[in-house]
Ligand binder design. Sequence first.
Ligand code: GDP
Length: 299
Amino acid sequence: QRLTQGLSRTSQNLTESVTQVFQQKESLDDAALEELEDLLVESDLGPQIAATIAGKMAQQKFNSAKDSNAVRAALAEALADELVGHEGTFEPLAGPRPYVVLFVGVNGSGKTTTLGKIAAKLVKSGAKVLIVAGDTFRAAAVEQLKVWAERAGADFMGRKTGADAAGLAYDSFIRAKAEGYDVVLIDTAGRLQNKQALMDELLKVVRVIKKVDPEAPHETLLVLDATVGRNALSQEQIFGRQAFVSGLVMTKLDGTARGGILIPIAKASDAPIKLIGVGEDIEDLHDFKARDFARSMVG
Ligand code: GDP
């Protein structure tokens, strides 16, 4: 329900237009299919995926194109087909303890918020959670994370501004092992002004964590903001190329009518989409399920 609500901008955009296109037509003729394809491109699906989906719709037989429920169901099906194989699960409590999760992504993408939501859910389910403020350069980010930790009932670890992020990550893992934490959630820096410096810092964090346990970090989530549209695609390329990303989180899907951007990102990435954010509340973070997402996209 919250998912459908969260995606209402995208679905209104798509559904209303799709319904309009077909209401005036008796069948899915070429003109209608062309309009559909344009609509899909407008939803940020990109030309290739839009063409594939329009092609699939062309093969469908509808009693009448006016049967908008059937058309929408077929569209949802075609959208979901594009996402099969690109969904993944995030289950920190099913893995080894402590389970170390790294959050990476550009500043403003929603790392802190996503981390806070996850912490709150985990604590609620009885887990002992340590939040680590690995973005040691932004004092405001550290403060914001501290607020989330208090709200979630998780423990918090930070250092003074400018402290070595890798050192902090290392110490937090050692502490978590010693004190029996279930999950360690580590925020990282996301300033893209100097990409290489940022990647070097992230790789160093990964390296020192591996010194404690070669299997860790058990998860590295790349957080991407859906409202920046195709910029999110290039961010995926920048972080994904470093090959340590194990899952994607797409945030702010409630803030855009172009939620379709998720599909080209899913297809471009080697890592599956694991979570989606559709608002600022704790309940607004969802496991990513291709069919549910596709259905919510068409309302
Ligand atoms: P960070 O810099 O990557 O840590 O980003 P933040 O977590 O601070 O998020 C940046 C802004 O986006 C904040 O104002 C958040 O409240 C907001 N935000 C994060 N996720 C979502 C979401 O799913 N929906 C909406 N509407 N806002 C979000």
